[in-house]
Structures are given as C-alpha cells and as structure tokens.
Write a new protein. Structure first.
Length: 281
C-alpha cells in the first residue's frame, strides 16, 4: 500500500509523526508521505521512524493556496524541508492561519457561540512550526457545548461560506506550484473531486503542475477514473492517499486508499533532480 496523503500533530492530525509511521506500518503501508498543512515539522520524525521500520517516506507538504476566495490544496512531494524560500513562505502561511482563527473567533462571539481562541492558540505559542486550522475551532465549539460534533461546527459555522467563515488571503495555486518547484519538489493538485473546479487544471499545468490526486479515499471509483483520464489527457502523473487525520475523522482510514505502484513510479519519474533519485532523508 502506497499512501501519500497523511496528517500528523504538526497540523491537524491526531497522531505524532512516529505514531503515524508505526500505525501505517501495522496497516500494511510500505511507502508513505506526511503531508501536513503548511508545515514540514513532521517530516523529519516520520522519516526517521520510517527508516527504523523499513518504510519508504517521501518528504511532503499540503499547502493551502487561494483561488477566487476558495481554498485550493496543493500537495508537494520530494520537497527539501531545508529550503529557506519554502520555510519563509510557510512561516507566513502559519502566521496568517493564526490571524484568521482570531478573526473567526470574533465572528463566533458575535454569533453567540464564543470560544476561547487564545486558549486554542496557547497550544502553538511555543511551537511556531505547528499549523493551526479550523478543526481546532471546531473542537473548541464542541467543548463549549455550542455544537454536538466537529461536523456540525463546520456545517453551522466554519465551513466555506458559513457565518463564521473568514476567507483566506494568500498565494495563488500557480505561485504555490512554482514555490514547490524551487524547493526541489513536484506539485500535485489535492483531492480535485472535492474541489470541483476542473477548469483550473489547464492553467495549473502551464504553471508546472506534475500530478493530480486521482486516488483519494473520498473519491468514488468513477471520480478516480475521471481524474486518471484527465491526468493522461494533460500528460500528468497521478498521486493518491487516504488523507488520514486520525480515528473517527471523516477522512480515509490508514491503508484504505493507495496509489498503484506503477503510478508511483511515474510520479517519481517527474522529479527534476534526476532519474530515480530520492530527496535526502
Ligand atoms: P483550515 O486548514 O483551517 O482551512 O481547515 C481545513 C481542515 O479542516 C481540513 O483539512 C479538514 O481537516 C478539516 N475540515 C474541513 N471541512 C470539514 C468538515 N466539514 N468536517 C470536518 N472537518 C473538516
Ligand atoms: Zn486537515
Ligand atoms: Fe486537503
Ligand atoms: Fe489533507
């Protein structure tokens, strides 16, 4: 099983990088990638734990870009976490995440569903490499008794276009693709079936997109087929994974959605830094 879309406690997953590797190993995963939102803080721990149990771990990231006021998730593979350009960009993204949570907190208070945003942010106060996001506000809304579940928090308050939603400002998907390239990586458009804007793809291809995430736990089989077809039409590779965030989340379970080995080989061949080479661990 090749699972190239996984989250850890470095962003909004519930497993530490090490726990994630052990669990992935137990679930039959042989190649994995930690793709946290706007941080590579989990990559090193995962790579070390992975080599200890014989798993291949591709350095990864999931960067939130903005297009027409909407979030567009762009995956980066084989990026060099030491790239200063990448890290400066990610620092700014994480600062913006904090500002956004504060603004969403103010909206929640105005809507009669106050939560202690500063308490939420305390968790990252001494850990600037951690990326906070809406799931933390969802958990705070549950804890405060305003909603019964994180799902309800997104449906009533936090989801795109909902009353407490604050649109993002930030880099375009094209800029993010270029940035990933500068950090030695290749970019894949995350869960295009959830995005639902295929008209974006030709422009992203011109910007250097290498792949689209056709294999995805929440893509029905016909959606997987559609994006494999679209990838072939545009000369792109495909990527894939579960988007596992932890037990009980709406995303895929570990080891339930994988990328076929030949598709992974094709993805690897798109690296510009040399045939078959792997980024340093
Ligand atoms: P953010 O990074 O702040 O934009 O928050 C986006 C994250 O929130 C996603 O990556 C998911 O992990 C989570 N999320 C988004 N929509 C929902 C939803 N409807 N229910 C539960 N979690 C969600
Ligand atoms: Zn997430
Ligand atoms: Fe995503
Ligand atoms: Fe994800």
């Amino acid at each position: 099983m090749i699972d190239l879309h996984l989250h850890t406690t470095a962003s909004d997953g519930t497993c530490t990088p090490e726990e994630l590797v052990w669990r992935a190993h137990a679930a039959g995963v042989t190649v994995m990638s930690v793709t946290d939102h706007d941080t590579t803080a989990g990559v090193k721990g995962a790579s070390q734990a992975a080599s200890a149990c014989g798993l291949e771990c591709v350095p990864g990231i999931e960067i939130t870009a903005v297009w027409n006021g909407r979030d567009v998730h762009v995956l980066g593979y084989f990026v060099d976490p030491a790239s200063p350009t990448l890290q400066a960009f990610l620092d700014a993204q994480r600062q913006d995440r904090i500002r956004r949570l504060r603004r969403m907190g103010a909206r929640l208070a105005a809507l009669g569903a106050p939560v202690d945003v500063e308490a939420v942010l305390l968790d990252v106060a001494g850990r600037p490499h951690r990326a906070v996001g809406r799931p933390r506000l969802a958990a705070a809304l549950v804890a405060a008794g305003h909603v019964a579940s994180p799902q309800e928090a997104f449906e009533r308050y936090l989801g795109d276009g909902c009353p407490a939603f604050v649109p993002r400002e930030g880099a375009s998907p094209e800029e993010v693709i270029a940035l990933i390239g500068r950090a030695g990586g290749i970019a894949s458009l995350a869960h295009p079936g959830l995005l639902g804007h295929d008209e974006l793809i030709p422009g992203l291809v011109r910007a250097g997109l290498a792949a689209i995430e056709a294999y995805y736990a929440r893509h029905p089989p016909e959606t997987v087929r559609w994006y494999c077809h679209l990838a072939a039409r545009h000369g792109l590779a495909v990527s894939g994974g579960s988007d596992f965030h932890g037990d009980g989340s709406r995303d895929g379970a570990l080891g339930t959605c994988g990328l076929p080995p030949e598709a992974f080989a094709d993805l690897c061949s798109r690296r510009v830094s040399g045939p078959g080479s792997r980024a340093p661990r």
